[in-house]
Write a protein that binds this ligand. Sequence first.
Ligand SMILES: [Zn+2]
Length: 82
Amino acid sequence: MFRCSEVAERTSRLIDDELGFWPRVNMKLHIAVCRGCQAFVEQMRTTRALTAMAGGAAEEPVPSDEIRDALERYRMRSARIS
Ligand SMILES: [Zn+2]
């Protein structure tokens, strides 16, 4: 399964439907169990939708401090488990 950083790297491609089958499965598995990435994907989707409605070029959101913290906590927890 992907790590948070790998999910974050691929989020825009997931939304644009540019990922292959297995990367997409890995993304969905990770997102299903990781609240930090759920929040990040939601934020990205919302930003994309708003940008599309405004008719402008899509701009990648920078993860907020809150999400970065959540990702960091998740990474530390995963590191302890493995
Ligand atoms: Zn994650």
